[in-house]
Design a binder for this molecule. Structure first.
Ligand code: F6R
Length: 242
């Protein structure tokens, strides 16, 4: 795993955006795997500014998001579809048909999982996957204990994950209990992975990532066995590392 240590969140966002832009310019047909949450917001802001000022085009880019809540309408203000439109898609020139998120609203979530996995395979798998990490080591919504062989599946969210995400909802009760997520195997098939980690709340997760061997009780540790992972991490998140 290559490690890029940066000073703070601003530098993390700029570094991640620069890396994506290099790849998008080198391969205008890139298949990009995207994450939601607080961590990539600054990176998306940089990409939007670049599109406005330098005109980098996403006309032929395909995106696949890691996950989506189950049971929320796509238009709900807390769906990851809405997040992605607001953070990125509404501000760049990517065609609607090129963006993919799991449909968490469907009656048959199992069929949706199979369909999503198939779409990713048909696209030739993700070229560059952006990831964040949960305090408990989750990647996507793959909570501790998830098999490293897992493909896109329905998950029951950990209470700690629902509590961490409750900041976006009016109350904890409103946070969905289930989600659809790419599996660990799906993520690991990406040709390149960039993991973004910022802030003190991730300091324990960083210690685990840098000291443990790959094990299913800490999902992000799967990345230790991937040949092309870059961790971009700021000083706050590195606080507990000697
Ligand atoms: C989001 C996702 C999650 C987040 C993780 C960290 O699509 O897959 O794994 O990356 O929960 O979230 P933040 O960045 O809000 O700390």
């Amino acid at each position: 795993m290559k490690i890029i240590k940066v000073k703070d969140y601003k530098e993390l966002s700029e570094t991640a955006a620069r890396l994506i832009l290099e790849k998008v310019r080198a391969n205008p047909q890139l298949v990009l795997g995207l994450a939601t949450g607080g961590t990539p917001e600054g990176m998306y802001e940089q990409l939007v500014t670049d599109h406005r000022t330098a005109g980098t085009s996403y006309q032929q880019i395909t995106t696949f998001n890691l996950d989506e809540y189950a049971g929320l309408p796509r238009e709900d203000r807390n769906s990851y579809y809405t997040y992605m439109r607001q953070q990125l898609f509404d501000h760049i020139d990517i065609p609607e048909e090129n963006v993919h998120l799991p449909n968490g609203e469907t009656e048959d979530l199992q069929a949706e999982c199979r369909h999503y996995e198939q779409l990713i395979k048909e696209a030739g798998d993700v070229d560059l996957q952006i990831l964040g990490i949960g305090g408990n080591g989750h990647i996507g919504f793959n909570e501790p204990g998830t098999s490293f062989d897992s493909v896109t599946h329905v998950v029951t969210l950990d209470e700690s994950t629902r509590e961490a995400n409750a900041r976006y909802f009016s109350s904890l009760d409103e946070v969905p209990t289930h989600a659809v997520t790419m599996g660990i195997q799906t993520i690991m098939r990406a040709k390149e992975i960039v993991l973004l980690v910022s802030g003190e709340s991730k300091a324990d997760a960083i210690v685990r990532l840098l000291t443990e061997e790959a094990n299913e009780s800490f999902p992000a540790s799967a990345l230790l066995t991937h040949p092309n992972v870059t961790l971009i991490v700021d000083e706050e998140a590195l606080k507990k590392v000697d």
